[in-house]
Unconditional design. Structure first.
Length: 185
């Protein structure tokens, strides 16, 4: 009887969160961008003229990345404001527990004396009264560039890098399995 002993190979895989700019098309496009400043690849360049709010197919206003809908314009304004230094400073101060000038006025709902007692009146109302039939899903938009999820490395115990792959969406077990099968068929 002959026993064939297979060769055992040891390797470790892990993702390094580098994140390179990628096409922002919702299709998880893997085409390269013309330059790191572009948001869409050449195949999806026509999306640059369409509102960036998901589900909206209206054309953008000139000089904007959103359509004429006021709620979409407000989302873009909020995106631009988040990039400003004062906005970032206020967020850091709030997280540190410091009173922020201009925002220090207390919210009326913080004072229990100002909140009306509604517990007794509300118990007879149906639970979902006043809820929209459409649901309460928030609008989502992609105004900036998208980035890849990570660079997955396959490394021998001695430190030699065997392989590398770019993961676009997530570091899912199924994606790692495909990556490993490509290296060790």
């Amino acid at each position: 009887m002959h026993v064939i002993v297979g060769k055992i190979q040891a390797a470790v895989t892990d993702g390094v969160s580098i994140g390179h700019p990628r096409c922002a098309a919702e299709l998880h496009c893997q085409n390269p961008l013309p330059s790191p400043l572009h948001v869409f690849c050449n195949a999806h360049a026509h999306y640059d003229m369409i509102c960036r709010v998901r589900g909206c197919s209206a054309p953008c206003k000139p000089g904007s990345r959103a359509c004429a809908d006021p709620s979409h314009q407000a989302m873009e304004s909020n995106f631009v404001a988040r990039g400003k230094a004062m906005f970032q400073l206020r967020q850091r101060l709030k997280q540190a527990g410091v009173d922020v000038p201009g925002d220090s006025a207390s919210d009326p709902s913080d004072d229990p004396d100002l909140v009306p007692e509604t517990a007794e009146r509300d118990k007879d109302r149906p639970l979902h009264e006043g809820k929209s039939e459409v649901g309460n899903r928030a609008l989502r938009a992609t105004f900036g560039r998208c980035r890849t999820h990570n660079e997955q490395l396959l490394v021998r115990p001695c430190g030699i890098i065997l392989s590398r792959a770019t993961f676009y969406g997530s570091e899912a077990i199924s994606a790692v399995k495909v990556f490993l099968k490509a290296e060790f068929p």
